[in-house]
Design a protein around this ligand. Sequence first.
Ligand SMILES: Nc1nc2c(ncn2[C@@H]2O[C@H](COP(=O)(O)OP(=O)(O)OP(=O)(O)O)[C@@H](O)[C@H]2O)c(=O)[nH]1
Ligand SMILES: [Mg+2]
Length: 330
Amino acid sequence: MKFLKSLKSQQRQIIEKIQFIMQMIATGATGKTAIQTAWFEEAVDIPLSSGLTFGTEDPMMANEILQDLRRRRDEAESGGYNTSQDAYEMRFELCEAEDAVAELITNEAIGQVLTGTNSSSTDLEMHEYENLLERASNSHALLPMVAVPPLGGSRQDEQRFMEDNRLVAKYLSTALRRHGDRASCSVGIVVTKLDSLFDSEEEARNELTDELLMRWLRPLVQVVNQSQKVFSAAIIPTSAFGWQNAEPIVSPSESGATTMYRLKDRYAESYNTTPLLLWTLLNGLLPVQYERTSAEQEAAVSRVVHMLASDLEHMPHWCIPIKEAGRSLI
Ligand SMILES: Nc1nc2c(ncn2[C@@H]2O[C@H](COP(=O)(O)OP(=O)(O)OP(=O)(O)O)[C@@H](O)[C@H]2O)c(=O)[nH]1
Ligand SMILES: [Mg+2]
C-alpha cells in the first residue's frame, strides 16, 4: 500500500514536470559551444538567489558535464574550441529544493549545417538540415546568434557579419513559419564575442547604442518584430571569454574572416552569459504557460517565472527588449 502511494506520487511528479525546448541557431565559429561552456562553468548545478537551481538530471550527468568542462578548458587555452559535429540532445532541470519543476530540452548546435547545406548536399547533410529546422520550429525559445566583426578587422569580417545576419534570419523566419500558434515562441538575438571588438563593458555600452544594434541586426530584428509567432524578444550582447582575455589564432591558410580565438587565461570571465540563460529560461517558459491545461501546472509555471524574473532583475545585465507579450516595443 505504502509502495503504491509512493508510486502514485512519483507519477504525479512526472506529469507535473513542464517541458520546454530551446535551440541555438548560428553559423560555425559564432561561439555557441563557448556560451554553453560558460553556462556549464557558472550556472549549471549552482543555486540561484530565488532558491531555484538550473541543473543536471542526475549525478552521472553532473559528472559528465564537469569532465566536459575540464576538456573544454584545455581546448580554449590551446587552440580554441573544436567545431561541434554531433547534434546530441541535452536535458536540464529547473529544481526547487530537490523537486524538478521544469525540464529544458536542447540540442548541441552545429554551425556547419547552416553554411554547408545546399541543393547538392548529401542525404545525411539534408537530414541534419531538416532536423535543425524541425527542432527550431518546435522550440519555445530560439537563440539566433551572430559574432561581431573584430576590431581592425578586414572587409571580409564585415561581409561575414552581414552574411551571417542574412542566413541566420532566413533560418529563423523558416522555423517561425513552421511554428504552431500565435505567440508560441520567444527569441533572444545573441551578439557574441563582444570582447573581440571592445576592451570593456563600458566601452561596448557607450559605442553600441540601441539604435546602432537594431540597425546592425536589422534582418533578425525585422523577422521577430513582424512575426505573430514571437511572444517576447530581445537583443542580448555577450562575451563568453570576457574582456581582454582572448587572442586571435592566426592560421597561415586562413583566407576568410578572423573567427578563431584562444583564451589567454585558462578561466574565462564571461560577460552577460548567465543573464542570457535566465532570460532564455524565463521567456522560454512564458509561451508554455499558455499551453497548460491544468490549473496546477499553470500555477507551477507562473511560480517559476516569478522566481526567474526576480533572479534576472537582481543580476547586472544588458538586454535590449524588442517585444513583450506579443507586442512590439520598437
Ligand atoms: N574572443 C572570443 N573568442 C571566442 C568567444 N567565444 C568563442 N570564441 C572562439 O571562437 C571560435 C569558435 O567558438 P565555438 O564556441 O566553438 O563556436 P561554435 O558556434 O560552437 O562553432 P561550431 O561548433 O563550429 O558550430 C573558437 O576559436 C573559440 O575559442 C568569445 O566570447 N570571445
Ligand atoms: Mg560548437
